[in-house]
Design a protein around this ligand. Structure first.
Ligand SMILES: C[S@@+](CC[C@H](N)C(=O)[O-])C[C@H]1O[C@@H](n2cnc3c(N)ncnc32)[C@H](O)[C@@H]1O
Length: 211
């Protein structure tokens, strides 16, 4: 896969990129909107976690969270493991290699309060992956997706990172067809430029057709 080779090459410098383009701060902004008390021991599944910037944002706000973070790319997960070790967070996050579109064997029958996909559904057929990941969600759980916007900036990013952004309608339709309702569409504040031009966040929750 072309994108897998690319992430293998970029893994070492990936976090610097997310810091410089405002994504790290944007993730803190998204996490602030999640409807859990800060002290809650939420269980989170971060699918396609990469170097773990969303996982780390979760732990900044929810220090008692227990996170399972996995990715297809070995080098990206290796970077996440190094960061967790350096920050003394290895007990809060379980990491491994897996495909978000297939059975996640390391998880077994564990269920989560929140499933996260940030910049991942762009690489897969969304309905199949959403359905697959939704199996790991508690009936009352939330699904947070942060895709790249379908605009000129997103398209340029997609050319560099080997994907095609989906339109808002396409994303909402994919989740709706899997039994989710959109609770919030989160626009990143302008001060987090250029991330605010390229990314957005969608918070979904299962409806009665999923239960
Ligand atoms: C744009 S990066 C985002 C990484 C991280 N979620 C973040 O927000 O920083 C996309 C990640 O998705 C991973 N990925 C792509 N397809 C995947 C799949 N089918 N299963 C798991 N991870 C996948 C890539 O290896 C890469 O690390």
């Amino acid at each position: 896969m072309k994108h897998d080779k690319l992430y293998s090459k970029l893994a070492k410098i990936y976090d610097v990129g997310l810091y410089l383009n405002g994504t790290k701060k944007a993730y803190d902004f998204f996490v602030k909107q999640l409807p859990f008390p800060e002290s809650k021991r939420i269980k989170v599944l971060d699918a396609g976690a990469g170097t773990g910037q969303f996982t780390l944002a979760i732990l900044r706000r929810f220090p008692n969270a227990k996170i399972v973070a996995f990715d297809l790319n070995e080098n990206m997960i290796e970077e996440l493991k190094i960061t967790l070790k350096n920050k003394g967070l290895t007990k809060s996050v379980k990491t491994f290699i897996a495909n978000a579109s297939g059975p996640i064997l390391h998880v077994g029958d564990e269920k989560f309060d929140l499933v996260v996909t940030c910049g991942v559904l762009e690489y897969v057929y969304p309905e199949d992956t959403i359905k697959n990941l939704a199996d790991y969600l508690k009936p009352s759980g939330y699904f947070f997706n942060s895709p790249v916007k379908d605009n000129i900036f997103g398209k340029l990013l997609g050319t560099a990172f080997v994907f095609k952004p989906y339109s808002q309608e396409r994303i909402i339709q994919a989740f709706t067809s899997c039994g989710f309702n959109l609770l919030k569409l989160l626009k990143i504040p302008i001060q987090y430029l250029p991330a605010s031009l390229m990314k957005e966040g969608y918070l979904f929750r299962g409806n009665s057709s999923r239960l």
